[in-house]
Write a new protein. Structure first.
Lengths: 439, 275
């Protein structure tokens, strides 16, 4: 879909508001929107919400052969995708410019700054190294994708745990998470991007521009810094002329913001660590709140329940008693009775396929159960029988014949020898299959 | 045509079709079938949901019931196509059986004939303007559809201007067309919207709620300060107050009204009135 065009009215209003130092959502010039970081159940899965902009990050690892010219270093791979649900204008073919720009910026920020120690990812020099892959998906676009993406990337990398490996001579042992606790990545520092939007040829600037503010801005300056005030990347786009002191001022602001954001990240990681250790519930289901629409909400109406009991009694008294279900068993031969119709007799198939029909037995038991319900047979009174019924999974379970003069309502099981008997009832075999399903 | 459709619908429904009267105000889901009042009497006690279409159906007295958005006629019954709450409005003048419709939440607008919407002019080509209304296609607006416009006297419309107009043609097979005059040839409030002010987008349900008669929110907002406000049925609202601060406050209040209960709203308004 084409992007909704920006009307002259909106443009004028936004620029005037910025001149008066007012932003659409009431923020100050240097304020960030609310940042929310939540973690999934897997290690390395996180979601970052910067206001309404949402990025989902996932880190995964794999053992591969290293690059030829860097035999002792691991491989890092970053990928940011603009999902079609992020904005109506994002379509599979259309987003290339923006996508390339964001990916390049992210790579420069994370790879060139050497925030991850790639030497520690080496398992056997020249043969096996870890390839760490960071996948970021933009789920909702409300401005300032690059900030949210960089936060998501670094948080996911800090949260990730790779499987432990030990090398003994020529043997490489890869331990599963059950055998040995997975090991975190070795991260030197956390570079975070901060974006500045410029308006009116550099006269006014805003930190963390909204989607609307991004549309009317003249240029964008992105500074990636870590909490030690080391600049990792600087990029200025839009072709505006910036003065030296403007850039210096921006870098000072960045220092302050990055310190705050890093603190928030560390706190979030710590919280998640604590919850996992204590065995509490973690994951997206717990941390993402449900949103509710209250526009059509109905107020609770008070109900008078004082006469409910009397009414209930009246209704019960007036209702007819439930009809008794009397089953009339048909006695075929001494020891074999039939209650109800049952399904079609398929004795022949059953004998051949019984051994391999274990999987189908479960389904069959369920179907047969429902038919049994219709006939109104009481299955639960097994305990009242004299002969013991053995509930076990074994194929060769012993079948027990009930005495014929006992209450014919009870279902009897049949020995394997008695199978040849021409009993039209499938009940005994049904019983047997049910035991397996019950177990 | 009605035959196979009704069979398919019954298949989907699974359970007995319910009387529309009993489900008023409750949530209905797509695929449900609803019986109109005159059909319930003919059902009889213990009648199963499936009833063969009688050949002398025309002999019964029919009440004219209007099927609103979210409902579709399916044989003799109403088939629900959107999930939401079922609503009914009694007929004013006494003829007909009233209107039934489903109140649902949606953000994406689909052009409907007769709707008044706010559009943004995207292109001027020859005699028509292309106006983006939030639907799948831009609507076309002829330059003669303004009040007092003639071939010599063209309206002053630039690309990027806001237009308030109504649809004369809006269906799924054709490009929507809109005009800025009513059937008498008068503007009646439509046309180019003024220069300043803020345009923002909300859900369609909120717009309908705000446009309902005796809407509390609008009355309370009107008491705060003088303002101009235009509601487009495509989810767009244009707001203008004396200062930028006031305009921003209004925009934020209206956007937040979606998720606030009436108590919270009253609190916010009282706080604003004080400051």
């Amino acid at each position: 879909m084409k992007e909704t065009p920006l009307s002259n009215c909106e443009r004028r209003f936004l620029l005037r508001a910025i001149e008066e130092k007012k932003r659409l959502d009431g923020r100050q010039t240097y304020d960030y929107r609310n940042i929310r970081i939540s973690f999934g159940t897997d290690y390395g899965c996180c979601m970052v919400e910067l206001g309404k902009t949402r990025v989902l990050g996932q880190v995964s690892c794999e053992l591969v052969s290293p690059k030829l010219n860097r035999a002792t270093e691991g491989i890092l791979f970053f990928n940011l995708e603009l999902s079609q649900m992020a904005a109506p204008a994002f379509e599979p073919g259309r987003q290339s410019d923006l996508l390339v720009k964001l990916n390049r910026l992210l790579e420069r920020c994370l790879r060139n700054s050497k925030c991850i120690d790639t030497e520690s990812l080496c398992v056997v020099a020249g043969e096996k190294v870890w390839q760490i892959r960071v996948d970021l998906h933009l789920l909702n676009h409300d401005g300032n994708i690059i900030d949210a993406a960089s936060i998501a990337a670094i948080v996911a990398l800090c949260h990730f745990r790779r499987p432990d490996v030990s090398v003994q001579g020529d043997e490489i042992t890869l331990y599963t998470p059950e055998e040995r606790d997975p090991v975190p990545l070795s991260i030197h520092h956390m570079p975070i991007c901060v974006s500045f939007a410029f308006f009116q040829q550099g006269t006014y600037l805003l930190v963390d521009p909204n989607e609307r503010e991004e549309r009317v801005m003249d240029g964008l300056l992105v500074i990636a810094m870590n909490k030690h005030r080391e600049i990792c990347t600087i990029q200025s786009s839009g072709g505006i002329m910036l003065l030296k002191d403007q850039v210096l001022r921006c870098s000072k602001i960045t220092g302050v913001k990055v310190a705050e954001i890093t603190e928030l990240i560390l706190k979030a990681l710590e919280n998640d660590q604590k919850v996992r250790k204590e065995g509490g519930k973690f994951g997206f289901a717990e941390s993402i709140a449900n949103q509710r629409i209250t526009a059509f909400k109905m107020e609770k109406a008070p109900i008078d329940t004082s006469d409910v009991e009397e009414k209930a009694e009246e209704i019960i008294a007036e209702a007819e008693p439930p009809s008794e279900v009397v089953s009339t068993p048909v006695l075929w031969t001494p020891g074999t009775a039939q209650i109800g119709e049952g399904v079609e007799n398929s004795w022949g198939d059953l004998e051949d396929s019984e051994k391999e029909d274990d999987e189908g037995g479960g389904d069959e038991a369920i179907i047969l159960d429902s038919i049994k319900m219709d006939t109104g047979v009481e299955v639960s009174d097994i305990g009242s029988q004299d002969a013991p019924i053995i509930l076990s999974d074994s194929e060769e379970e012993e079948m027990i014949i009930l005495e014929p003069d006992k209450n014919p309502k009870k279902i009897r099981t049949q020995t394997t020898s008695a199978k040849q008997e021409k009993a039209p009832s499938k009940k005994p075999v049904k019983r047997r299959k049910k035991k397996r399903a019950a177990n | 045509m009605a035959g196979p459709v009704s069979v398919a619908a019954e298949y989907l429904a699974g359970s007995r079709a319910r009387a529309a009267r009993t489900v008023l105000g409750q949530v209905v889901l797509p695929g449900e079938e609803l019986l109109l009042p005159e059909q319930e009497d003919a059902e009889g006690p213990g009648g199963a949901g499936e009833r063969p279409l009688s050949l002398n159906a025309g002999a019964r007295s029919r009440v004219r019931v209007v099927c609103g958005p979210g409902l579709r006629r399916c044989g003799d019954r109403l088939l629900v196509t959107k999930c939401g709450r079922l609503r009914h409005k009694e007929p004013g003048s006494g003829s007909g059986g009233g209107v039934y419709w489903v109140d649902s939440q949606q953000k994406r607008y689909v052009p409907v004939k007769g709707d008044h919407v706010i559009g943004i002019v995207t292109a001027k080509s020859g005699d028509i303007f292309k106006v983006d209304v939030g639907g799948s296609e831009p609507a076309s607006l002829s330059y003669l559809s303004f009040e007092g416009a003639t071939k010599r006297n063209r309206p002053n419309v630039q690309v990027g201007d806001l237009i308030y107009g109504q649809f004369v043609v809006a269906n799924k097979d054709m490009e929507p067309e809109m005009v800025c005059i009513d059937s008498c040839g008068r503007a009646n409030g439509m046309g180019v919207i003024g220069q300043d002010g803020l345009l923002f987008k909300v859900t369609l349900g909120l717009i309908r709620k705000l446009l309902a008669p005796d809407c509390e929110i609008i009355q309370e907002v009107g008491k705060l300060y003088p303002l101009e406000i235009v509601f487009g049925m495509n989810g767009r609202i244009w707001v203008k107050a004396k200062t930028i601060q006031q305009t921003l406050i209004l925009a934020n209040i209206l956007e937040a009204c979606e998720h606030m209960t009436s108590d919270q709203r009253k609190q916010i308004f009282s706080r604003l009135a004080e400051s």
